[in-house]
Ligand binder design. Structure first.
Ligand SMILES: Cc1ncc(COP(=O)(O)O)c(C=O)c1O
Length: 339
């Protein structure tokens, strides 16, 4: 791919012919699938080269993750001026299994796990898988963290409970500010709640918006953050994620069984390492194209479906549509039938 060829330029025909992932298979050709968080992106060239070369060499053994940790920390320093401690990192198969294991091994059975709806729907499934009590602290009407709701939920979860923070938030694309995160961290400490910060969408924060990695704040020393190249570089199918403990949370990772580190996919590790080290220009081009797409979506909705409003977002590649103006009970079913 030349640098000027669009990353998001594939036609519907091409995507239908070339994609075998669940997104493109589950509904056949009946629908244009937009139901799962995969991008229809042309791949990041350094990733293709690294993975193809590994396959060609027969370099397909178990993963060794030191280079991945180094690449992730370098990327965090370059992008966010944050230097995670490489000595406090642990590889996990993917973000959600990392969160599940952290909950199982750190949260007592009687304590609760707090989520802030609207949040990534699989958060619910993974909390259910841990057999821990779910407690909700919805975002406020402004789609931002609601400190009062969080306080009530932390009390209900009880000391030793956990909060799964989505930083930035998916859905909504809300980018939490440093002040909001500081207030959250202080509250979590006061109520003895472990904060697990899912930062999978962080590289997809739009230029012009300041992103704060949770652990970059001194107040968040007792938290754990999870990173992955899976959303920003579209590597969801070759899983490999990293968990980083804050300076006062190393025992949270130590509580996890060492065998969990065996699950990171070797090709996923190679892909993410190449993406973090060499994918910056591709990512910047992608962010520009996403901004264009967001503008185009707004224009097309205003022209053709003025009752549907895009929810303003500062992050992710996802678009959320407020369909209340259509007055239909089940917008998904309506769209499937054809408006
Ligand atoms: C906020 C969030 N966390 C986690 C995931 C899934 O990540 P993984 O495949 O690494 O478990 C997604 C996927 O869409 C997501 O949006």
């Amino acid at each position: 791919m030349s640098r000027t060829e669009p990353i998001l330029g594939a036609s519907l025909d091409e995507l239908r012919r070339t994609r075998t992932s669940v997104k493109w298979q589950a509904y056949g050709h009946e629908a244009i699938p937009v139901w799962v968080a995969e991008m229809d992106a042309r791949p990041c060239p350094p990733v293709v080269e690294a993975v193809t070369s590994a396959l060609g060499r027969g370099d397909t053994g178990y993963a060794w993750t030191a280079a991945y940790v180094r690449a992730a920390t370098d990327f965090a320093k370059r992008r966010w001026d944050w230097s995670p401690d490489p000595g406090a990192a642990m590889s996990v198969p993917d973000v959600m299994s990392g969160i599940e294991a952290l909950l199982v091994h750190n949260v007592p059975r009687e304590a609760g796990v707090v989520l802030s709806p609207p949040c990534y729907d699989s958060f619910y499934g993974f909390v259910a898988a841990t057999d821990r009590r779910l407690v909700k602290a919805p975002l406020g009407a402004d789609l931002r963290l609601d400190l009062d709701a969080l306080d009530r939920a932390f009390v209900e979860a009880g000391p030793g409970g956990a909060y799964v923070l989505c930083n930035p938030q998916n859905p909504t694309g809300t980018v939490h500010t440093a002040d909001e995160l500081r207030a959250l961290a202080r509250l979590a400490d006061e109520r003895r709640i472990l904060v697990l910060s899912d930062e999978i969408h962080a590289p997809l924060v739009q230029p012009g918006t300041t992103y704060t990695p949770y652990l970059s704040l001194p107040e968040a020393a007792r938290g754990v953050a999870l990173m992955s190249g899976s959303k920003a570089f579209n590597l969801a199918g070759i899983k490999a994620a990293l968990a980083f403990a804050g300076p006062d949370a190393k025992e949270r990772l130590a509580a996890l069984p060492e065998v969990l580190t065996h699950g990171a996919n070797h090709l996923g590790v190679i892909a993410a390492t190449a993406a973090y080290d060499h994918g910056g220009p591709w990512l910047d081009q992608l962010l520009g194209e996403l901004a264009d797409r967001r503008r185009l979506l707004g224009e097309l909705l205003a022209q053709r479906l003025p009752d549907v409003r895009p929810v303003p977002s500062q992050a992710t590649f996802l678009a959320w549509l407020d369909c209340r103006g259509l007055g239909v009970d089940d917008p998904a079913a309506t769209f499937r039938r054809g408006v």
